[in-house]
Every structure is written in structure tokens, then in C-alpha cells.
Design a protein around this ligand. Structure first.
Ligand code: DC
Length: 226
């Protein structure tokens, strides 16, 4: 199977890049962050704090999370409900980062992600795909950009959706720095740049350039020519 792992911090553009690479190769794209977001939504709906390492694990037995591609767009299902439209808020971003620090959550979601990679060619993006979920993936990338650039992109994205109009760049830089800190310092499977991952700094790149940078590093590129 062609398994491509793309890791990196929040706002580095990895999901857009991963999606673009998958489209150009005509293979599946799996947004693993959406699965953590769905789990965070589950906890909040159950009145459980996403930081509560005692109360979250018992929820796992009765939680079903899966992702399905519908015409190239990922839809994420929580207990049979399509929650794709509910998991992109700032509240869920923070809750997902918190809940992802709980090992039992990671073990369950990583298993589901490995199963996808076992069955299909896939581009998977996340924080620890190359280090923990698919350590044997033959193609690993670590995508990043400066905190300021990542914050500017996030602000633009939020504003284009009409959210957080009142936030300033320094506010968003603080949020991103906090998420980076949470994601990189958790004890279990943190955000990690493994030595065999190819590093791509997207600070001064367009999305197309970043996609090309990934594709050009794949040996025997299988991109279907239009
Ligand atoms: O990529 P994202 O912003 O949708 O991810 C939301 C949170 O989920 C992120 O702060 C960390 C966590 N996450 C993770 O720990 N491992 C992944 N493979 C993907 C996301």
C-alpha cells in the first residue's frame, strides 16, 4: 500500500497539502485531527471535561468514530451522526488538543487509522503519524511554518467564515503557541519530527508549491496525468 504520512503543527497547511497530494495521486486522504475533534465533541456533549483522564476513557467503549470520503471531501461521523460541520470551532480545537493527550483515546483512534492504511493507499495528516501511527510508512513529511504565518492563515480562515472577527494576530499567535506546546509536550505520542521525515517549511510557499514539494520527493511518482 502507498502510505504517506504528513505531520506538523496547527496551521502549517498540512491538511490542505495532504488533501492536494491525495487528489493528485487519486488516493484517499484521512484527516486524523477530525477524529480527535469528534471525540472532543462527544466528551463535551456528555458533560465530561476533555482534560479528565479518568472520565474520558470509559466513554470510548460507547463511541464510534469513522471518516468517509464523499466525492473527495471527508465527512466525520460520531455515533452515526455526520458532525463535520460542528467540529471546526475554537472551542473544539482546544478540546481536541486536550483530549488527544489521553493515551486511551490515542490508542483507539490510532488503531482505526492503521486499519485505514492497511486497506487503502492513503495520505494521512496529523501530529505523530510518522512516529507512532505508521512508523513504517515509506514516505514521511514534516510540514511547518513560522508561528506568525500560521496565525495569520488561521485568522484569515476564521474571518472568512465570519468567526472571531474581534481577534487580533497576537491573540491567535498565543493560541497557536499554546496548542504547539500542548501537542509537543504531552507524554504519549507527542507532535514529533522524526529523523526520516522530509522537512518542508511552507512559510513562503503557496499551497501548490508545497504540494509539488511533496510530490517531487516521492520516488516513482504515481500521479495520474490529466
Ligand atoms: O489537526 P487538527 O487541528 O484538526 O487537530 C486537532 C487536535 O487533535 C490537535 O491539537 C492535536 C490532536 N491531534 C493529534 O494529537 N494527533 C493527530 N494525528 C491529529 C490531531
Amino acid at each position: 500500500m502507498l502510505n504517506i504520512a504528513i505531520d506538523g503543527p496547527a496551521g502549517a497547511g498540512k491538511s490542505t497539502i495532504a488533501k492536494g497530494v491525495a487528489q493528485r495521486l487519486h488516493i484517499l486522504y484521512l484527516d486524523t485531527g477530525a477524529m480527535y475533534r469528534a471525540m472532543a465533541l462527544k466528551a463535551l456533549r456528555c458533560g465530561v471535561a476533555p482534560t479528565d483522564a479518568e472520565a474520558v476513557p470509559p466513554l470510548l467503549a460507547t463511541t464510534e468514530i469513522f471518516a468517509k470520503n464523499v466525492e473527495g471531501v471527508q465527512h466525520t461521523y460520531l455515533d452515526g451522526e455526520d458532525v463535520s460541520g460542528l467540529i471546526r470551532t475554537q472551542e473544539i480545537s482546544k478540546a481536541a488538543s486536550d483530549i488527544s493527550a489521553i493515551p486511551a483515546v490515542r490508542i483507539k483512534l490510532a488503531e482505526a487509522q492503521r486499519e485505514v492504511a492497511r486497506l487503502s493507499d492513503v495520505v494521512m495528516d496529523g501530529r505523530e503519524i510518522g512516529s507512532y501511527v505508521l512508523p513504517k510508512a515509506p514516505h514521511k513529511f514534516f510540514v511547518s511554518a513560522s508561528v506568525e504565518e500560521r496565525a495569520a492563515r488561521r485568522l484569515h480562515e476564521l474571518r472568512s467564515r465570519g468567526e472571531y472577527i474581534e481577534k487580533t494576530l497576537p491573540d491567535v499567535m498565543d493560541e497557536i503557541a499554546l496548542r504547539d506546546h500542548n501537542d509537543s509536550t504531552r507524554a504519549f505520542a507527542p507532535l514529533l519530527r522524526v529523523p526520516d521525515a522530509i522537512y518542508i517549511d511552507t512559510t513562503f510557499m503557496t499551497i501548490e508549491q508545497a504540494i509539488d514539494a511533496v510530490l517531487s520527493r516521492l520516488p516513482n511518482q504515481t500521479e495520474a496525468k490529466e
